[in-house]
Design a protein around this ligand. Structure first.
Ligand code: PEP
Length: 250
């Protein structure tokens, strides 16, 4: 089964408007030919400009988050409708930084998933265990319960709008990467968990990407694994050259 490959950049709270624009200009000059979908998640302040600048290129601009409400008195938040009004069609949900620093629980994420799908937004949904879970050997159960608590109320059809990003928390922004074997093992577990509830046709079509200190030096070894369909890249997506090298590795 040929699955969609995806390389997505998560810029977190980096880059002001000028820096974001410069990056996009250089990226479009250097963009390699690839079969992978390329996505960039800038901060909200750069979404519109980035969307306009990439309009005629195979680079999708996506959002880092949304609020579950359609609108309302939620100071500092951004809704699905607002994202769609600047052309956004995909959102990252469940990132470990949102879970850890902003207290996003599985229950809240389930609501965000509902809102995104109701608004025809595609989702990159992040799951991943903490270091203590891996040390205790419970990583598979932890990831399984994240999936079950947030996504297993969905219909089979909803899964075509989802990409799962496996991001072990201990490997995010730490320079520590899961070994290709550790990542492959978890990606396979994720696919098996989804097969168990939705069947192998849904699971085999689902792209499962890896995130956690992906860089040009380790990207190829991850991408050759049979269940790794791309990457969500933080730090190494902030420089055009390293992001381009990662794209070339897939
Ligand atoms: C991320 O933020 O999703 C991420 C994987 O970051 P980094 O590549 O810096 O570990």
């Amino acid at each position: 089964m040929k699955r969609r490959k995806i390389i997505a950049a998560n810029w977190k709270m980096y880059k002001d408007l000028a820096e974001a624009n410069d990056f996009i200009t250089f990226l479009l000059e250097k963009l390699p030919d690839t079969n992978a979908e390329i996505a960039i998640a800038p901060s909200y302040i750069a979404l519109w400009h980035a969307f306009e600048a990439t309009r005629n290129y195979p680079v999708e601009i996506i959002a880092q988050n949304l609020h579950y409400a359609e609108q309302g008195a939620f100071t500092g938040e951004v809704s699905a409708t607002q994202l769609k009004s600047v052309g956004i069609q995909r959102v990252i949900l469940g990132h470990s930084e949102r879970r850890e620093y902003f207290g996003e629980s599985d229950a809240l994420l389930k609501k965000k998933v509902q809102t995104a799908l109701k608004n025809d937004l595609n989702i990159i949904f992040c799951v991943g265990e903490q270091l203590k879970d891996r040390k205790a050997g419970t990583q598979v159960e932890v990831v399984k319960s994240q999936l079950q608590n947030t996504l297993f109320h969905l219909n089979k059809n909803d899964w075509q709008h989802l990409v799962i990003a496996y991001e072990p928390v201990w490997a995010i922004g730490t320079g520590e990467t899961a070994s290709p074997q550790q990542a492959q093992e978890m990606h396979q577990h994720i696919r098996e968990t989804i097969t168990g509830t939705y069947g192998s046709d849904t699971a085999e079509k689902l792209s499962v990407i890896y995130g956690g200190s992906v860089k040009p030096e380790n990207a190829s070894a991850l991408f050759v694994q049979p269940d790794i369909d791309g990457a969500l890249v933080g730090g190494a997506s902030l420089e055009v050259d390293s992001f381009v090298e990662i794209i070339k590795s897939i």
